[in-house]
Ligand binder design. Sequence first.
Ligand code: ACO
Length: 426
Amino acid sequence: MTESITITDNRSGESYEIPVVNGGVSATDWAKILPGIWFYDPGFMSTAAAESAITYLDGTAGILRYRGYPIEQLAESSTYLEVAYLLLNGELPTESQFEQWRHDITSHTFIHENVRKRFLDGFHYDAHPMGMLVSAVAALSTFYLDAKDIFDPVSRQKQIIRLIAKMPTLAAAAHRFSVGMPFVYPDNSLDFPSNFLSMMWKVAEPRYQTDPALSRALDILFILHADHEQNCSTTAMRVVGSSHADPYSACAAACAALYGPRHGGANEAVIRMLSEIGSMENVPAFISEVKAGHGHVRLQGFGHRVYKNYDPRAQIIKKAADDVFEVTGRNPLLDVALKLEEIALSDEYFTSRRLYPNVDFYSGLIYQAMGFPLEMFPVLFAIARTAGWLAHWQEMLDQDSKIARPRQLYTGADARDYVPMTRRRA
Ligand code: ACO
Protein backbone atom coordinates (compact mmCIF):
# COMPACT_ATOMS: atom_id res chain seq x y z
CA MET A 1 0.00 0.00 0.00
CA THR A 2 1.37 3.43 -0.91
CA GLU A 3 1.49 5.81 2.06
CA SER A 4 0.32 9.32 1.45
CA ILE A 5 -0.68 12.59 3.12
CA THR A 6 -3.72 14.65 2.18
CA ILE A 7 -3.62 18.38 2.73
CA THR A 8 -6.39 20.89 2.24
CA ASP A 9 -5.84 24.45 1.07
CA ASN A 10 -8.25 26.38 3.30
CA ARG A 11 -8.24 29.29 0.87
CA SER A 12 -9.74 27.27 -1.96
CA GLY A 13 -11.06 24.22 -0.10
CA GLU A 14 -9.15 21.96 -2.49
CA SER A 15 -7.46 18.80 -1.17
CA TYR A 16 -4.28 17.26 -2.50
CA GLU A 17 -2.78 13.84 -1.94
CA ILE A 18 1.02 13.63 -1.72
CA PRO A 19 2.76 10.23 -1.59
CA VAL A 20 5.29 9.44 1.15
CA VAL A 21 8.32 7.84 -0.54
CA ASN A 22 11.28 6.45 1.46
CA GLY A 23 10.07 8.32 4.54
CA GLY A 24 9.83 11.71 2.80
CA VAL A 25 7.46 13.85 0.77
CA SER A 26 8.51 15.68 -2.36
CA ALA A 27 8.88 19.41 -1.71
CA THR A 28 8.34 19.92 -5.45
CA ASP A 29 4.87 18.36 -5.11
CA TRP A 30 4.09 20.68 -2.21
CA ALA A 31 5.38 23.64 -4.18
CA LYS A 32 2.83 22.91 -6.92
CA ILE A 33 0.08 23.36 -4.35
CA LEU A 34 1.70 26.35 -2.68
CA PRO A 35 3.20 28.43 -5.53
CA GLY A 36 5.35 31.27 -4.22
CA ILE A 37 5.41 29.90 -0.67
CA TRP A 38 8.77 28.47 0.30
CA PHE A 39 9.70 25.93 2.95
CA TYR A 40 11.58 27.77 5.67
CA ASP A 41 14.15 25.39 7.14
CA PRO A 42 17.42 27.06 8.23
CA GLY A 43 20.08 24.49 9.02
CA PHE A 44 18.07 21.86 7.10
CA MET A 45 16.48 20.70 10.35
CA SER A 46 13.58 19.01 8.52
CA THR A 47 14.88 18.73 4.98
CA ALA A 48 16.24 15.67 3.20
CA ALA A 49 18.51 17.16 0.54
CA ALA A 50 19.30 13.87 -1.19
CA GLU A 51 18.33 10.27 -1.74
CA SER A 52 21.32 8.18 -0.69
CA ALA A 53 22.17 4.49 -0.45
CA ILE A 54 25.48 4.95 1.35
CA THR A 55 24.97 5.33 5.10
CA TYR A 56 22.02 4.51 7.33
CA LEU A 57 21.74 6.44 10.56
CA ASP A 58 19.00 6.16 13.17
CA GLY A 59 19.85 8.81 15.74
CA THR A 60 17.13 7.80 18.17
CA ALA A 61 18.15 4.15 18.28
CA GLY A 62 21.88 4.93 18.01
CA ILE A 63 22.38 2.90 14.82
CA LEU A 64 25.03 3.58 12.17
CA ARG A 65 25.58 1.36 9.11
CA TYR A 66 27.72 1.79 6.01
CA ARG A 67 26.04 0.15 3.00
CA GLY A 68 24.03 -1.95 5.47
CA TYR A 69 27.00 -3.16 7.53
CA PRO A 70 26.86 -2.19 11.23
CA ILE A 71 29.66 0.19 12.23
CA GLU A 72 30.51 -2.10 15.18
CA GLN A 73 31.30 -5.02 12.82
CA LEU A 74 33.31 -2.86 10.44
CA ALA A 75 35.34 -1.38 13.32
CA GLU A 76 35.96 -4.86 14.67
CA SER A 77 36.89 -6.69 11.46
CA SER A 78 37.56 -4.32 8.57
CA THR A 79 40.22 -1.80 7.59
CA TYR A 80 39.85 1.82 6.49
CA LEU A 81 40.87 1.01 2.92
CA GLU A 82 38.30 -1.78 2.70
CA VAL A 83 35.62 0.52 4.16
CA ALA A 84 36.55 3.22 1.62
CA TYR A 85 36.03 0.65 -1.16
CA LEU A 86 32.70 -0.37 0.38
CA LEU A 87 31.45 3.23 0.63
CA LEU A 88 32.44 4.01 -2.94
CA ASN A 89 31.36 0.76 -4.61
CA GLY A 90 28.45 -0.42 -2.49
CA GLU A 91 29.88 -3.89 -1.80
CA LEU A 92 32.80 -5.32 0.15
CA PRO A 93 35.66 -6.15 -2.24
CA THR A 94 36.67 -9.68 -3.16
CA GLU A 95 40.29 -10.59 -2.49
CA SER A 96 41.44 -9.64 -5.99
CA GLN A 97 39.36 -6.43 -6.03
CA PHE A 98 40.89 -5.41 -2.73
CA GLU A 99 44.41 -6.21 -3.91
CA GLN A 100 43.90 -4.01 -6.98
CA TRP A 101 42.41 -1.22 -4.82
CA ARG A 102 45.22 -1.39 -2.27
CA HIS A 103 47.77 -1.34 -5.10
CA ASP A 104 46.09 1.65 -6.78
CA ILE A 105 45.93 3.67 -3.58
CA THR A 106 49.48 2.79 -2.56
CA SER A 107 50.93 3.78 -5.91
CA HIS A 108 49.35 7.25 -5.72
CA THR A 109 50.59 8.34 -2.30
CA PHE A 110 53.32 10.66 -3.60
CA ILE A 111 52.52 14.32 -4.22
CA HIS A 112 54.01 16.46 -6.98
CA GLU A 113 57.25 18.04 -5.72
CA ASN A 114 55.91 21.50 -6.51
CA VAL A 115 52.95 20.99 -4.16
CA ARG A 116 55.36 20.64 -1.30
CA LYS A 117 58.37 22.72 -2.31
CA ARG A 118 56.66 25.73 -3.82
CA PHE A 119 53.14 25.62 -2.50
CA LEU A 120 53.26 24.24 1.07
CA ASP A 121 56.65 25.79 1.80
CA GLY A 122 55.16 29.19 0.99
CA PHE A 123 52.95 29.24 4.08
CA HIS A 124 53.74 31.36 7.11
CA TYR A 125 55.84 29.45 9.65
CA ASP A 126 52.96 29.09 12.15
CA ALA A 127 50.22 28.21 9.65
CA HIS A 128 47.45 25.97 11.00
CA PRO A 129 47.78 22.56 9.29
CA MET A 130 44.05 22.44 8.55
CA GLY A 131 44.25 25.76 6.71
CA MET A 132 47.19 24.34 4.77
CA LEU A 133 45.23 21.18 3.96
CA VAL A 134 42.19 23.11 2.68
CA SER A 135 44.43 25.10 0.35
CA ALA A 136 46.59 22.16 -0.73
CA VAL A 137 43.58 20.05 -1.68
CA ALA A 138 42.21 22.93 -3.77
CA ALA A 139 45.65 23.39 -5.35
CA LEU A 140 45.66 19.76 -6.53
CA SER A 141 43.01 20.70 -9.10
CA THR A 142 45.65 22.80 -10.86
CA PHE A 143 47.95 19.77 -11.09
CA TYR A 144 45.37 17.34 -12.51
CA LEU A 145 43.58 19.10 -15.31
CA ASP A 146 41.82 15.85 -16.32
CA ALA A 147 39.86 16.20 -13.06
CA LYS A 148 37.40 18.42 -14.88
CA ASP A 149 36.19 15.38 -16.88
CA ILE A 150 33.84 14.41 -14.08
CA PHE A 151 31.59 12.30 -16.33
CA ASP A 152 34.48 10.25 -17.73
CA PRO A 153 34.49 7.12 -15.52
CA VAL A 154 38.24 6.54 -15.95
CA SER A 155 39.14 10.10 -14.98
CA ARG A 156 36.67 10.08 -12.09
CA GLN A 157 38.13 6.88 -10.66
CA LYS A 158 41.66 8.27 -11.01
CA GLN A 159 40.80 11.40 -9.01
CA ILE A 160 39.09 9.31 -6.32
CA ILE A 161 42.21 7.18 -5.94
CA ARG A 162 44.48 10.22 -5.95
CA LEU A 163 42.49 12.02 -3.28
CA ILE A 164 42.27 9.07 -0.87
CA ALA A 165 45.95 8.23 -1.42
CA LYS A 166 47.38 11.75 -1.18
CA MET A 167 45.34 13.02 1.76
CA PRO A 168 47.62 11.41 4.42
CA THR A 169 50.70 12.67 2.58
CA LEU A 170 49.36 16.25 2.48
CA ALA A 171 48.23 15.99 6.10
CA ALA A 172 51.63 14.81 7.33
CA ALA A 173 53.40 17.40 5.15
CA ALA A 174 51.30 20.17 6.72
CA HIS A 175 52.22 18.94 10.18
CA ARG A 176 55.94 18.62 9.42
CA PHE A 177 55.97 22.15 8.02
CA SER A 178 54.16 23.57 11.04
CA VAL A 179 56.78 22.12 13.41
CA GLY A 180 59.77 22.86 11.18
CA MET A 181 60.58 19.23 10.43
CA PRO A 182 61.66 17.98 6.98
CA PHE A 183 59.07 16.29 4.77
CA VAL A 184 59.01 12.47 4.86
CA TYR A 185 58.23 10.66 1.62
CA PRO A 186 55.63 7.88 1.69
CA ASP A 187 56.90 4.36 2.41
CA ASN A 188 54.72 2.28 0.12
CA SER A 189 55.73 -0.98 1.76
CA LEU A 190 53.60 0.04 4.77
CA ASP A 191 49.85 -0.24 5.16
CA PHE A 192 47.66 2.88 4.98
CA PRO A 193 47.69 3.96 8.67
CA SER A 194 51.33 2.91 9.27
CA ASN A 195 52.48 4.84 6.23
CA PHE A 196 50.76 7.94 7.59
CA LEU A 197 52.34 7.46 11.03
CA SER A 198 55.74 7.06 9.37
CA MET A 199 55.29 10.33 7.45
CA MET A 200 54.23 12.02 10.71
CA TRP A 201 56.92 10.82 13.10
CA LYS A 202 59.98 9.49 11.24
CA VAL A 203 63.19 11.29 12.23
CA ALA A 204 66.62 9.83 11.36
CA GLU A 205 65.93 6.11 11.58
CA PRO A 206 66.17 4.27 8.22
CA ARG A 207 62.67 2.84 8.65
CA TYR A 208 59.95 4.02 11.04
CA GLN A 209 58.59 1.20 13.22
CA THR A 210 54.94 1.73 14.13
CA ASP A 211 53.40 0.01 17.10
CA PRO A 212 50.75 -2.30 15.55
CA ALA A 213 48.29 -1.43 18.34
CA LEU A 214 48.55 2.28 17.48
CA SER A 215 48.23 1.65 13.73
CA ARG A 216 45.16 -0.44 14.34
CA ALA A 217 43.60 2.14 16.70
CA LEU A 218 44.16 4.86 14.11
CA ASP A 219 42.63 2.67 11.41
CA ILE A 220 39.57 2.12 13.62
CA LEU A 221 39.24 5.88 14.13
CA PHE A 222 39.46 6.33 10.36
CA ILE A 223 36.69 3.73 9.89
CA LEU A 224 34.46 5.48 12.43
CA HIS A 225 34.96 8.84 10.72
CA ALA A 226 34.73 7.60 7.12
CA ASP A 227 31.14 8.68 6.56
CA HIS A 228 28.16 10.11 8.38
CA GLU A 229 25.55 10.70 5.67
CA GLN A 230 24.48 14.33 5.04
CA ASN A 231 26.68 16.08 7.63
CA CYS A 232 27.89 19.67 7.15
CA SER A 233 31.08 18.86 5.20
CA THR A 234 29.44 16.21 3.02
CA THR A 235 26.68 18.68 2.24
CA ALA A 236 29.39 21.21 1.29
CA MET A 237 30.92 18.56 -1.01
CA ARG A 238 27.57 17.86 -2.63
CA VAL A 239 26.62 21.53 -2.97
CA VAL A 240 29.92 22.51 -4.61
CA GLY A 241 29.94 19.29 -6.64
CA SER A 242 26.44 20.08 -7.89
CA SER A 243 27.90 23.00 -9.85
CA HIS A 244 30.10 20.36 -11.60
CA ALA A 245 33.30 21.78 -10.11
CA ASP A 246 36.20 19.31 -10.13
CA PRO A 247 36.44 16.95 -7.12
CA TYR A 248 39.52 18.67 -5.63
CA SER A 249 37.71 22.01 -5.43
CA ALA A 250 34.62 20.34 -3.97
CA CYS A 251 36.76 18.40 -1.50
CA ALA A 252 38.54 21.60 -0.42
CA ALA A 253 35.11 23.09 0.37
CA ALA A 254 34.27 19.99 2.41
CA CYS A 255 37.58 20.32 4.30
CA ALA A 256 36.78 23.96 5.01
CA ALA A 257 33.39 22.99 6.44
CA LEU A 258 35.12 20.41 8.61
CA TYR A 259 37.47 23.05 10.01
CA GLY A 260 34.77 24.65 12.19
CA PRO A 261 34.45 23.88 15.93
CA ARG A 262 30.85 22.77 15.50
CA HIS A 263 31.99 19.97 13.20
CA GLY A 264 35.55 18.64 12.76
CA GLY A 265 37.03 21.06 15.25
CA ALA A 266 34.99 19.63 18.11
CA ASN A 267 37.57 17.14 19.40
CA GLU A 268 40.15 19.91 19.58
CA ALA A 269 37.60 21.94 21.56
CA VAL A 270 37.05 18.93 23.87
CA ILE A 271 40.74 18.78 24.82
CA ARG A 272 40.90 22.53 25.39
CA MET A 273 37.80 22.27 27.58
CA LEU A 274 39.16 19.29 29.57
CA SER A 275 42.51 21.08 30.05
CA GLU A 276 40.73 24.19 31.29
CA ILE A 277 38.68 22.14 33.76
CA GLY A 278 41.96 20.60 34.86
CA SER A 279 40.84 18.09 37.46
CA MET A 280 37.84 16.03 38.54
CA GLU A 281 36.99 18.32 41.48
CA ASN A 282 36.29 21.18 39.06
CA VAL A 283 33.78 19.19 37.00
CA PRO A 284 30.60 20.04 38.99
CA ALA A 285 31.37 23.78 38.80
CA PHE A 286 31.90 23.52 35.03
CA ILE A 287 28.61 21.64 34.57
CA SER A 288 26.85 24.42 36.52
CA GLU A 289 28.48 26.99 34.24
CA VAL A 290 27.22 25.14 31.14
CA LYS A 291 23.70 24.97 32.55
CA ALA A 292 23.70 28.64 33.54
CA GLY A 293 25.08 29.61 30.13
CA HIS A 294 21.91 28.40 28.36
CA GLY A 295 23.69 27.26 25.25
CA HIS A 296 26.43 29.92 25.27
CA VAL A 297 28.86 27.68 27.16
CA ARG A 298 28.67 24.20 25.68
CA LEU A 299 29.88 20.88 26.88
CA GLN A 300 32.13 20.12 23.91
CA GLY A 301 31.80 16.60 22.50
CA PHE A 302 28.22 16.39 23.71
CA GLY A 303 25.09 16.61 21.62
CA HIS A 304 24.47 15.92 17.98
CA ARG A 305 22.03 17.12 15.37
CA VAL A 306 20.98 13.57 14.57
CA TYR A 307 21.92 11.37 17.55
CA LYS A 308 19.52 11.77 20.41
CA ASN A 309 21.05 8.73 22.06
CA TYR A 310 24.60 7.55 22.79
CA ASP A 311 26.60 7.93 19.56
CA PRO A 312 27.51 4.30 18.69
CA ARG A 313 30.96 5.48 17.57
CA ALA A 314 31.65 6.89 21.04
CA GLN A 315 31.24 3.38 22.52
CA ILE A 316 33.75 1.87 20.07
CA ILE A 317 36.19 4.70 20.68
CA LYS A 318 36.15 4.13 24.42
CA LYS A 319 37.40 0.59 23.81
CA ALA A 320 40.05 1.79 21.31
CA ALA A 321 41.18 4.32 23.92
CA ASP A 322 41.98 1.52 26.37
CA ASP A 323 44.15 -0.23 23.74
CA VAL A 324 46.03 2.99 22.99
CA PHE A 325 46.56 3.94 26.62
CA GLU A 326 48.08 0.51 27.23
CA VAL A 327 50.87 1.51 24.83
CA THR A 328 51.12 5.24 25.50
CA GLY A 329 50.13 5.42 29.14
CA ARG A 330 46.83 6.80 30.37
CA ASN A 331 45.87 10.29 29.23
CA PRO A 332 45.48 12.24 32.50
CA LEU A 333 42.47 14.09 31.05
CA LEU A 334 40.57 10.79 30.78
CA ASP A 335 39.46 10.99 34.41
CA VAL A 336 38.06 14.47 33.87
CA ALA A 337 36.21 13.21 30.77
CA LEU A 338 34.77 10.20 32.57
CA LYS A 339 33.59 12.39 35.46
CA LEU A 340 32.00 14.87 33.06
CA GLU A 341 30.19 12.06 31.27
CA GLU A 342 29.02 10.53 34.55
CA ILE A 343 27.60 13.79 35.88
CA ALA A 344 26.08 14.93 32.57
CA LEU A 345 24.34 11.61 31.96
CA SER A 346 22.56 11.89 35.28
CA ASP A 347 21.68 15.59 35.02
CA GLU A 348 18.21 16.66 33.91
CA TYR A 349 19.58 19.54 31.77
CA PHE A 350 21.41 17.08 29.53
CA THR A 351 19.00 14.14 29.64
CA SER A 352 15.95 16.28 28.85
CA ARG A 353 17.76 17.70 25.80
CA ARG A 354 18.98 14.22 24.90
CA LEU A 355 22.63 15.31 24.96
CA TYR A 356 25.01 12.33 24.96
CA PRO A 357 28.73 12.02 24.19
CA ASN A 358 29.43 12.10 20.47
CA VAL A 359 32.37 10.58 18.56
CA ASP A 360 34.58 13.53 19.40
CA PHE A 361 34.27 13.33 23.15
CA TYR A 362 36.91 10.57 23.30
CA SER A 363 38.70 10.71 19.93
CA GLY A 364 40.80 13.72 20.97
CA LEU A 365 42.06 11.92 24.06
CA ILE A 366 43.34 9.10 21.85
CA TYR A 367 44.93 11.44 19.33
CA GLN A 368 46.60 13.41 22.11
CA ALA A 369 47.93 10.25 23.76
CA MET A 370 49.35 9.20 20.36
CA GLY A 371 51.26 12.49 20.20
CA PHE A 372 49.16 14.39 17.66
CA PRO A 373 49.05 18.14 18.34
CA LEU A 374 45.55 19.61 18.75
CA GLU A 375 45.78 21.41 15.41
CA MET A 376 46.05 18.03 13.66
CA PHE A 377 42.74 16.69 14.98
CA PRO A 378 40.51 18.08 12.21
CA VAL A 379 43.19 17.07 9.70
CA LEU A 380 42.95 13.45 10.87
CA PHE A 381 39.18 13.67 10.51
CA ALA A 382 39.58 14.96 6.94
CA ILE A 383 41.81 12.02 5.94
CA ALA A 384 39.09 9.60 7.00
CA ARG A 385 36.09 11.53 5.71
CA THR A 386 37.55 11.82 2.20
CA ALA A 387 36.14 8.37 1.35
CA GLY A 388 32.65 9.44 2.43
CA TRP A 389 32.84 12.79 0.63
CA LEU A 390 33.84 11.07 -2.60
CA ALA A 391 31.18 8.38 -2.28
CA HIS A 392 28.51 11.09 -1.92
CA TRP A 393 29.98 13.19 -4.72
CA GLN A 394 29.93 10.21 -7.08
CA GLU A 395 26.40 9.22 -6.04
CA MET A 396 25.18 12.78 -6.61
CA LEU A 397 26.68 12.95 -10.11
CA ASP A 398 25.14 9.58 -11.00
CA GLN A 399 21.74 10.83 -9.87
CA ASP A 400 21.66 13.57 -12.50
CA SER A 401 21.12 16.02 -9.66
CA LYS A 402 20.18 19.67 -9.99
CA ILE A 403 22.53 22.47 -8.96
CA ALA A 404 22.00 23.22 -5.26
CA ARG A 405 20.24 26.54 -5.09
CA PRO A 406 17.87 27.15 -2.17
CA ARG A 407 15.33 29.97 -1.95
CA GLN A 408 15.15 32.61 0.78
CA LEU A 409 12.48 34.50 2.68
CA TYR A 410 13.43 38.13 2.04
CA THR A 411 13.23 40.31 5.18
CA GLY A 412 15.16 43.38 3.98
CA ALA A 413 14.19 46.93 2.98
CA ASP A 414 11.56 47.72 0.36
CA ALA A 415 12.67 49.46 -2.85
CA ARG A 416 14.24 52.88 -2.12
CA ASP A 417 16.22 55.48 -4.01
CA TYR A 418 20.00 55.85 -3.89
CA VAL A 419 21.15 58.71 -1.59
CA PRO A 420 24.40 60.57 -2.49
CA MET A 421 27.02 60.28 0.28
CA THR A 422 26.93 64.03 1.05
CA ARG A 423 23.24 63.79 1.97
CA ARG A 424 23.49 60.68 4.20
CA ARG A 425 22.97 60.99 7.96
CA ALA A 426 24.88 58.83 10.47
N1 ACO B 1 26.29 21.61 25.80
C1 ACO B 1 25.26 22.24 26.42
N2 ACO B 1 24.07 22.43 25.86
C2 ACO B 1 23.88 21.99 24.61
C3 ACO B 1 24.89 21.32 23.90
C4 ACO B 1 26.13 21.13 24.52
N3 ACO B 1 27.14 20.50 23.92
N4 ACO B 1 24.45 20.98 22.67
C5 ACO B 1 23.18 21.44 22.61
N5 ACO B 1 22.84 22.05 23.77
C6 ACO B 1 21.53 22.59 24.15
C7 ACO B 1 21.27 23.91 23.45
O1 ACO B 1 21.66 25.00 24.26
C8 ACO B 1 19.77 23.85 23.27
O2 ACO B 1 19.16 24.14 24.51
P1 ACO B 1 17.78 25.01 24.56
O3 ACO B 1 16.76 24.13 23.91
O4 ACO B 1 17.56 25.28 26.01
O5 ACO B 1 18.04 26.26 23.78
C9 ACO B 1 19.50 22.38 22.97
O6 ACO B 1 20.55 21.68 23.63
C10 ACO B 1 19.48 22.04 21.48
O7 ACO B 1 20.70 22.51 20.93
P2 ACO B 1 20.86 22.93 19.40
O8 ACO B 1 22.04 23.85 19.27
O9 ACO B 1 19.55 23.42 18.86
O10 ACO B 1 21.16 21.54 18.73
P3 ACO B 1 21.76 21.32 17.27
O11 ACO B 1 21.23 20.03 16.79
O12 ACO B 1 21.53 22.51 16.41
O13 ACO B 1 23.33 21.28 17.54
C11 ACO B 1 25.54 20.48 17.91
C12 ACO B 1 24.10 20.12 17.49
C13 ACO B 1 26.06 21.67 17.03
C14 ACO B 1 26.45 19.29 17.67
C15 ACO B 1 25.53 20.90 19.41
O14 ACO B 1 25.03 19.83 20.20
C16 ACO B 1 26.91 21.34 19.90
O15 ACO B 1 27.26 22.52 19.74
N6 ACO B 1 27.71 20.41 20.52
C17 ACO B 1 29.04 20.72 20.97
C18 ACO B 1 30.02 20.69 19.80
C19 ACO B 1 30.26 19.27 19.33
O16 ACO B 1 30.53 18.37 20.11
N7 ACO B 1 30.25 19.09 17.98
C20 ACO B 1 30.56 17.80 17.38
C21 ACO B 1 29.40 17.24 16.64
S1 ACO B 1 29.79 15.63 16.04
C22 ACO B 1 30.73 15.88 14.66
O17 ACO B 1 30.68 16.84 13.98
C23 ACO B 1 31.60 14.78 14.32
